[in-house]
Design a protein around this ligand. Structure first.
Ligand code: NIG
Ligand code: FE
Length: 406
């Protein structure tokens, strides 16, 4: 049973108290046994029975935070699209590129051409790098298969990753990412295939926890999303949505009306959408890397926070709009681009991110009984960490009480 003592700052990030309440203590202690937290709080209050535990002495004076949670990634894909990055820099829009055969459809071909072994190796490499940054749980979407076999294949890859490396994976079926060209004239057949084949198999075999959809001009429309959400709900999947990213299509309100776990992007959310999310308790997931790469104004996070909406922060790691899995960088951008404070951002990458993926009872905060997932950061406090940004500030990542790489 180990204990960390004289931690410079420990942010427990318990849920209560709103976006900025990270429940931090200076000169703190954290005790755990196997994969479970026993105690977290000020060192002076550490109960006598934990004072004699085996002390880990390397991290005195550091910052300790809950393991970071990347609650929105498109982890498994083949190839990259650096040429499209260049095209966008010279003025072509994301949607123009998509219409001419680039974008998501191109990654679908590249993914089909990549073997399972190579896809798994790419994901493992990304997850290992994410873990070094302090990330301990990752939500991972499909969406680069778009056939029953292709989508289930990606879910099976996530299952094998979950079983073979330490970072926890929360799998999401995103079959409604793009409509395959062969269905463009008969879109309803693709929707039917999602509702009748993919969702029942993904849910029935326990391969997916959530169902996500891309509601946007050029992707899917509201009526299609409703059919998919109804089928997903019927089969017991949680709901997520890519909404109001490039235009306001009423996605936030739709998510709220279905009690979705999260509504993501929301760069173009309306006032009505904000009110609807506030009333439903749906988490708004901010993806500032995508806004940065697309050169767009990000989600108006301040207005959402003011309205009482919990705002999570994630990377959106994907080969098109956010080809980076650096969650602390996304957190810094949420500060500078969205005027969120470092404390608000930390809450957004921990307990609110956990809520966005239905894992808030197990991870996302440092409380007795929760999984001993935490990151030791080389900084005196949360503000200093994000202000004096460096690519690697994380000194150690613990998952289930085990130090990675030890
Ligand atoms: O979250 N918006 C849709 N999906 C991704 C982009 C995927 C891609 O371009 O390959 C996103 O931004
Ligand atoms: Fe996304």
């Amino acid at each position: 049973m180990p204990v960390l003592r004289h931690i410079g700052m420990l942010a427990t990030c318990r849920f209560e108290g709103g976006q900025s309440a990270i429940h931090a203590a200076r000169n703190a202690a954290l005790a755990w046994e196997e994969d479970e937290i026993l105690w977290a709080g000020p060192d002076t209050e550490l109960p006598a029975q934990y004072q004699e535990l085996r002390q880990v002495r390397d991290f005195e004076g550091c910052l300790v935070v809950p393991g970071l949670i990347d609650c929105h990634t498109h982890l498994a894909f083949g190839g990259w699209r650096a040429d499209e990055f260049e095209q966008r820099l010279s003025g072509r829009s994301y949607q123009e590129i998509a219409k001419s055969g680039g974008g998501i459809l191109r990654t679908i071909t590249a993914t089909a051409e990549t073997s399972d072994i190579d896809l798994i190796a790419r994901c493992r490499a990304a997850l290992a790098e994410m873990a070094k940054l302090g990330v301990t749980t990752v939500e991972a979407k499909t969406g680069y298969g778009l056939t029953v076999e292709g989508e289930i294949r990606l879910l099976e890859i996530y299952k094998s990753l979950e079983e073979s490396q330490p970072v926890a994976i929360v799998p999401t079926l995103l079959a409604a990412h793009a409509c395959p060209p062969e269905f463009e004239r008969n879109r309803i057949f693709y929707i039917e295939s999602i509702c009748r084949d993919m969702i029942p198999e993904a849910a029935g075999r326990g391969l997916a926890s959530f169902c996500d959809v891309f509601l946007e001009q050029g992707a899917f429309i509201k009526d299609e999303v409703k059919l998919i959400f109804e089928a997903a709900r019927w089969h017991g999947l949680g709901l997520k949505i890519h909404a109001d990213q490039l235009s306001d299509t009423g996605g936030a309100s739709l998510a709220a009306s279905f009690g979705a776990a999260s509504a993501d992007h929301l760069d173009c959310i309306s006032e009505g959408g904000i009110r609807a999310l506030a009333a439903s308790g749906t988490v708004a997931v901010s993806l500032p890397l995508a806004s940065l790469y697309l050169g767009r104004t990000p989600m108006p996070a301040r207005r959402l926070i003011q309205a009482g909406v919990p705002v999570a922060v994630a990377t959106d790691f994907n080969p098109g709009t956010a080809p980076s899995f650096h969650l602390p960088l996304a957190m810094l951008l949420a500060c500078t681009m969205q005027r969120m404070t470092p404390a608000e951002v930390l809450k957004g990458a921990t307990i609110y991110a956990a809520k966005a993926i239905g894992e808030e009872d197990d991870v996302g905060s440092l409380e007795p009984g929760k999984r001993a997932d935490f990151a030791v950061i080389e900084a005196p406090d949360v503000s200093h960490w994000l202000y004096h940004f460096a690519l690697h500030r994380c000194l150690a990542t613990y998952i289930g009480g085990e130090k990675l790489g030890a």
